[in-house]
Design a binder for this molecule. Structure first.
Ligand code: LMR
Length: 340
């Protein structure tokens, strides 16, 4: 083929692939807390996501710089920064997915619940704005303590008359990401092939990885290995907090996990079939009103909350043990939303 013909064939191919990309529905994603430790790498990952057409970066300060920086990346998503409460309306209007990493991180020695006093109020204000400006958006809650902040948002939405349990998610993907990584390392299997459901909540013993359902299955792990993997997954956040020695908690892996979950939500909205991720949602899987388990995502958010499947005796015990703590975290969130 002559070089000129080759060039036009390549151009044609490029045009075709471009037009199939632009054939996707337009999707606006807002990140609340976009200038923070999680917010910045999350903004970068969402800017790289071909399903995003508009990326709204909101924070109380610092977003003009983040938006200017990110907006130079040559991907289709149009990134715009919004700073301060007067710009929250514009940041949120028209959003399909709102991701909330806003708030303060842990320092060594703190539990996620120790963040409640500061982060609960922040989440409540942001949820109030979501109810007003984009009540139909899928909300992906990252701000800790997730076990309480999701119930807080649910109460705010109920009061505003906008609550749809199919649209509110606690992001527990980092627990799955960790469980996959640790399992692959121990079982000596390729990490990209691994799947491990993680159920319960997102704090300490409420994080319950179901290694008995991990794939690819292995006989190489003893009960002691499974116990150690479970503990490491439950303490994964603390491992990072301690390693960062006062400089915060997981930001990069959390941004990655947040981006994986938001991508799954966008695919579900766009009608891609069989999108399943673990998430902390309103649930009837146990007697607790909120619980993380596998969730099928669709055009309206949650299409189906999937059950737990068969559990090992060790996992059954873990499930019973986590219920008390998870119940009180949920009640704490509900009480706060109704009293403040
Ligand atoms: C995590 O799991 O890394 C996050 O929830 C942050 C934290 O405080 O552990």
């Amino acid at each position: 083929m002559k070089p000129s013909m080759m060039r036009s064939a390549c151009q044609l191919l490029r045009r075709r692939s471009y037009s199939s990309t632009s054939g996707q529905p337009e999707r606006k994603v807002a990140i609340l807390g976009a200038a923070g430790g999680i917010g910045q790498p999350l903004a970068l990952l969402m800017k790289l996501n071909p399903l995003v057409s508009s990326l709204s970066l909101y924070d109380i300060a610092g977003t003009p710089g983040v938006a200017a920086d990110i907006s130079h990346i040559n991907t289709p998503a149009l990134a715009k920064g919004f700073m301060g409460e007067d710009q929250l309306k514009e940041a949120l209007e028209g959003s399909d997915v709102v991701i909330i990493p806003a708030g303060v991180p842990r320092k060594p020695g703190m539990t996620r619940d120790d963040l409640f006093n500061i982060n609960a109020g922040i989440v409540k204000n942001l949820a109030t704005a979501i109810a007003k400006y984009c009540p139909n958006a899928l909300v992906n809650m990252i701000s800790n303590p997730v076990n309480s902040t999701v119930p807080i948002a649910a109460e705010v939405f109920k009061k505003a008359g906008t609550y749809d349990e199919k649209r509110l998610f606690g992001v527990t993907t980092l627990d799955v990401v960790r469980a996959k990584t640790f399992y692959a390392g121990k079982a000596n299997v390729p990490v990209t092939d691994v799947n491990v459901p993680v159920v319960g909540g997102h704090a300490g013993i409420t994080i319950l990885p179901l290694f008995s359902q991990a794939t690819p299955a292995t006989n190489a792990l003893s009960h002691e290995d499974i116990k150690a993997l479970t503990k490491r997954t439950q303490d994964g956040g603390t491992e990072v907090v301690e390693a960062k020695a006062g400089k915060g908690s997981a930001t990069l892996s959390m941004a990655y996990a947040g981006a994986v979950f938001a991508d799954a939500c966008l695919k579900g909205l766009n009608g891609v079939p069989d999108i399943v991720e673990c998430s902390y949602v309103q649930s009837t899987v146990t007697e607790l009103p909120f619980f993380a388990s596998k969730v099928k995502l669709g055009k309206n958010g949650v299409e189906e909350v999937l059950g737990l499947g068969e559990l090992s005796d060790f996992e059954k015990e873990g499930l019973e043990n986590l219920k008390g703590e998870l119940k009180s975290s949920i009640e704490k969130g509900i009480k706060f939303a109704n009293e403040n």
